[in-house]
Design a protein around this ligand. Structure first.
Ligand code: FE
Length: 131
């Protein structure tokens, strides 16, 4: 049976501009606030035009040995150059870059997903240790 996991793409974010980059510490103390930046286009800029842009990023944390991930936040990017004068006329475009923080007493995996309006769904992950 087809599954949503079959349509998520990934890769090396330094070579593939769609892969969301997760900038977070490798290790924290239990209960410490984890500050993260998640963005698309860190190494190779992604287009940000009315016709081609990143629509959203979602961030999750999957605690080790638990069945379900927790959603940390979801972020929609709404300005992509359009105005009443037509496509690519406003000069205003939301950058696909967010800062989000959470706290945990458990180690696990930070997961990020993103969506390009013409190149589909992308994902990345990063391990988080707790000392
Ligand atoms: Fe794209």
């Amino acid at each position: 049976m087809p599954s949503i996991k079959d349509v998520y793409q990934s890769g090396d974010w330094k070579a593939e501009k769609h892969v969301p980059v997760i900038k977070a510490p490798d290790s924290i103390k239990a209960g410490q606030v984890v500050k993260m930046i998640v963005k698309v286009g860190e190494e190779i800029a992604h287009p940000n035009t009315t016709e081609h842009h990143i629509c959203w990023i979602s961030v999750y944390f999957h605690p080790e040995a638990e069945k379900f991930p927790m959603e940390i936040g979801k972020f929609d990017f709404s300005a992509h150059g359009a105005s009443a004068k037509g496509p690519n006329t406003s000069t205003i475009a939301t950058e696909p870059c967010v800062e989000v923080s959470f706290k945990t007493e458990k180690p696990g995996v930070i997961l990020a997903t993103s969506y390009c309006n013409i190149h589909g769904l992308w994902e990345n992950s990063k391990n988080l240790k707790v000392e």
